[in-house]
Design a protein around this ligand. Sequence first.
Ligand code: GN1
Ligand code: MG
Length: 373
Amino acid sequence: MYNNDPVIARKLQKIGEEFGIPGPFFTYEEIKMGNVNQTYKVSYIRDDGSGMAQIKSYLLQRINTYAFERPAELMDNIDCVTEHIRREYPHQISLHFHHTKDGKNYLEDRDGFWRMSNYVPSVTFDSCDDPRVIRSTGEAFGDFQMMLSSFEAERLYYTIPDFHNTRKRYQQLKASIEKDPCGRVKEVEAEIEWLLSVEDEACRLTDMEESGELPLRVTHNDTKINNVLFDRVTHKPLVVIDLDTVMPGLVAHDFGDAVRFAANFVEEDCPEFKKAGLDLNVFWAFTEGFLKKTAAQLTSNEVDTLALGCFALACELATRFLNDYIKGDKYFKIKHARHNLERTRCQIALAKDMMKKMNAMNAIVQECARRYK
Ligand code: GN1
Ligand code: MG
């Protein structure tokens, strides 16, 4: 806290003022969690009512406008969705965004596009093999989707069009390979070759979506386990966060993205990519939690595509990381030069392992769906 850069502190304090948050400003801490937006926890000193000082914290985020080209629409989506949840499920903890003097839930200045929300004291997990936490994560994402099942999808903007259109992701990758702007293609020929060899299987879910075989729902679309906040003591889920990509989508997108992140033996960017693979125990626990909340409402077509969704999402993320590597690391935040390449290799190793385990994954899905129907 004493290492705060005074220039950044002053900047964040000024933004807080724009959102009507009075001083005195105490401290800030950068939360290095997401790969796209920049997040700070900012803390202020408050009187607790008896003259004693207490700390009150908020979350301040700068939206990455390279990823989100129309951030005001995104904030509109978040407003609609959180309002719906607050109205229909008043006991559910939710995110509240502060408004500026001109009534907007964001602030645009020359440094970017900012938003400010309440800070929920909690703990998050980047990885976890405690089956209770994993089952709860499945329940939290299942619940989130069910809470939005009565929300009219047409009210939402597509914050990133074709976000889970795996075919388009492949097309974008191929276009970058063609241009090879940084001369990196030579180095990643093996990765390209493997990804192209499974293109049709990776895109099968997208093809089914396009042909209308699967219902469109309102989905979260970024279901990493660290987007669920848990109680610090009981480890019960409190709230699902990061609503930037809440849009119409498929249930298998949410299921698949959660599994490819949480059920990998290693973290998403592990340099020892050969250790990546699907932990069937974690998969089982997540599937149980998710289907406990959703099975009654899912069509049998949807259930049948859940395991495929995991493979599709692992391949989709591999194409996105590789595309970004080839383009010179423009989209995802990187910590070192080969970060996106390591992420790519990890997703490919995971997808290969999923191929081997597809029968087991499908059997687990069917068994849980039967149990919770
Ligand atoms: C990005 O920023 P974060 O960590 O919430 C990305 C997801 C990826 C993820 C990979 C808007 O999410 O789609 O799965 O990185 N979000 C966006 O770690 O592109
Ligand atoms: Mg996100």
